[in-house]
Design a protein around this ligand. Structure first.
Ligand SMILES: O=C[C@H](O)[C@@H](O)CC(=O)C(=O)O
Ligand SMILES: [Zn+2]
Length: 279
């Protein structure tokens, strides 16, 4: 079978305080999202967001439904956002071939019956995806980096100079609840999302990538006054509960994809925490 998935339950913040490193990692870190010729997913109970990776090599891979969905097709009641983090390749959506360069994104709406991930002509193909429950069928749309809503934040002096590209955002594409974007740390900068924030209205998932294989990111999570960290390697993902900060410092520059689902589509609806207020 080329589709593998596991379920992650939602954790109460008071419960998470007592977790040791192993338990914290089992609850929030996704280590093996990309494996050759497999579609791998984690079904989270945070807004029922699915975090997935597809790495076709020998042949195409289909986005198959999973038993938890109790639906004939994966997208019968869901929407999907895909970002290509590997070599230029294609995705077919109900027979229509859509090419995606590295870092290009694709929104696929509810009701689509068939999504197929194709291997690249040369190089490693890795498609990262997030999927959330959907109530309405919005059109499929490809979004290039140029079409993204882009903001530059931070400074080299604060080691947090970064470019945030909001690709699947309501000013660019209509979605039910999914938002996705890509943040690139500029050379010499290592801190993402510092100052940190929470947004109790939305959960978030992070995928760290473009990180050298021998380097790591220390991802910070937890309530602002009760933080913990997870050491994360290249192409590993982190589930961020709505009550948690999500921020990281790398031993090298890196990029990451953030995806959100929940109560609203207002990217700026976040509660910032001053660095000096973190504990
Ligand atoms: O709610 C928004 C998300 O946490 C990210 O967009 C933050 C981010 O990319 C950054 O500041 O580096
Ligand atoms: Zn956030």
């Amino acid at each position: 079978m080329s589709t593998q998935y596991t379920t992650r339950h939602a954790i109460h913040p008071a419960d998470s305080k007592s977790y040791d490193t192993t338990k914290l990692r089992e609850a929030f870190l996704i280590e093996d999202l990309f494996l050759q010729d497999e579609v791998r997913m984690v079904y989270t109970l945070y807004d029922r967001l699915i975090v997935g990776g597809a790495q076709p090599a020998a042949g195409p891979l289909q986005l198959e439904t999973i038993p938890t969905l109790r639906s004939e097709n994966f997208l019968d009641r869901r929407e999907l956002g895909i970002i290509n983090i590997g070599a230029a390749s294609t995705v077919t959506v109900d027979g229509k071939v859509i090419s995606l360069q590295n870092k290009e994104a694709l929104y696929i709406g509810k009701g689509v019956k068939e999504v197929i991930f194709h291997p690249a002509d040369s190089g490693k193909t890795q498609f990262y995806f997030n999927s959330a429950p959907a109530h309405h069928a919005y059109p499929t749309k490809k979004v290039s980096l140029e079409e993204a809503e882009t903001v530059e934040l931070g400074s080299l002096e604060n080691s947090n100079h970064r470019i945030i590209r909001k690709v699947l955002i309501n000013s660019v594409v209509e979605t039910c609840q999914l938002q996705m974007g890509l943040t690139e740390l500029q050379p010499g900068s290592v801190w993402n999302t510092m100052p940190a924030h929470t947004h109790d209205r939305r959960m978030e998932a992070y995928l760290y990538f473009d990180l050298p294989e021998d380097q790591v990111v220390s991802h910070f999570m937890g309530e602002p006054q009760e933080t913990r960290h997870l050491f994360v390697k290249n192409t590993q993902a982190v589930i961020s509960p709505p009550w948690s900060i999500h921020s990281g410092a790398g031993t090298a520059s890196y990029s990451f994809i953030w995806g959100m689902a929940g109560e609203n589509l207002d990217y700026n609806d976040m509660d910032k925490v001053a660095p000096t207020d973190l504990k």
